[in-house]
Design a protein around this ligand. Structure first.
Ligand code: SAH
Length: 197
């Protein structure tokens, strides 16, 4: 039997398909910095990443990881909530935003992302995305509060044309990935003036 792809790996694969050198990307939950490093490599020297986390410990460990890879100069670390995305990135300027919800592994399990704040941040993230941009959210339904948050994220995302990649064959609720693509309907060319043969 093949091992199913982890939601975080799938998120990376999907982001790699849209992100280009020189782009602006956001890691909304820096945590231990894995997604931040991943994004920083993809945007290249000409690009920029903004990474948010409310925990000092997460900012410190992300900074260390970036420094070890020589990537610090293309990343802005924000020690604060992802609720302030709009303050740091102009509307329609961002190519990809990644959320990894829940608590920081090895950190304080009491510091979790909170449903109301998460939904508000997702609104901000979607406004920041440019046309063709991608929003990825890894949800963790297995912990207290995580169930409710995951359900709220799915409901929010399904109103916005989400793709949800969720396993149904696990005994305990497993982490899963939600994708929302930003499509600018106004940029779709009007075809009415095209002659049909
Ligand atoms: N559950 C994942 C890791 C998630 S880390 C795993 O197991 O791999 C989630 C991070 O989000 C934590 O570091 C936490 O400090 C951060 N966080 C929580 N609320 C936040 C907020 N409002 N803004 C930015 N980061 C937040």
């Amino acid at each position: 039997m093949t091992v199913p792809e982890r939601p975080t790996a799938r998120a990376h694969r999907e982001v790699a398909a849209v992100l280009r050198e020189g782009d602006l990307a956001i890691d909304a939950t820096a945590g231990n910095g894995h997604d931040t490093v991943f994004l920083a490599k993809l945007v290249g020297e000409a690009g920029e990443v903004i990474a948010f986390d409310v925990q000092e410990q997460a900012i410190v460990s992300t900074r260390e990881r970036l420094a070890a890879e020589g990537l610090l100069d293309r990343v802005k670390l924000v020690h604060g909530s992802h609720g302030s995305i709009a303050k740091h990135a102009a509307a329609k300027s961002v190519a990809a935003v990644m959320f990894n919800l829940g608590y920081l592994p090895g950190g304080d399990h009491a510091v979790i992302t909170r449903t109301e704040e998460t939904l508000q941040a997702l609104d901000g993230a979607l406004e920041a995305l440019r046309s063709g941009g991608l929003l990825t959210i890894v949800c963790y339904p297995g912990h207290e509060g995580g169930d409710q948050e995951s359900a709220a994220v799915v409901a929010w995302a399904e109103q916005r044309g989400a793709e949800v990649f969720r396993r149904v064959d696990t005994l305990k609720p497993a982490p899963f990935l939600v994708l929302v693509r930003s499509v600018d309907i106004l940029s779709t060319p009007c075809r009415q003036d095209v002659d049909t043969p």
